[in-house]
Design a protein. Structure first.
Length: 95
């Protein structure tokens, strides 16, 4: 339970920073990415009655989505256009 709680703490911290600096949209994306990672950790730790394959696949998909969201936030931070096509290709190869 430590990993989901730490992810939720990071998410709340980034929301707090975003509330202080609303013009910095990458902070909100970082908060969303840590929230998605927390959901991935919860799916990874607990076994829901939807089946092990769906639980593991869902957690892996959420981790991949969180990593892509962090990369998009970093691109936004440095005012670059995120390479969405490359992210989609990596995501498709990872699944």
């Amino acid at each position: 339970m430590l990993n989901p709680m730490m992810s939720l703490i990071f998410s709340a911290a980034f929301v707090g920073l975003w509330r202080y600096q609303r013009s910095q949209h990458y902070l909100l994306m970082l908060a969303a990415s840590y929230l998605i990672a927390a959901a991935g950790f919860i799916l990874h730790v607990y076994h829901f009655p939807i089946g092990l394959l769906w639980t593991r696949g869902g957690s892996s998909s959420l981790f991949l989505l969180a990593a892509v969201a962090i990369c998009v936030a970093l691109c936004w931070r440095y005012e670059r256009r995120p390479p969405y096509l490359a992210f989609a290709a990596v995501g498709a190869a990872g699944m």
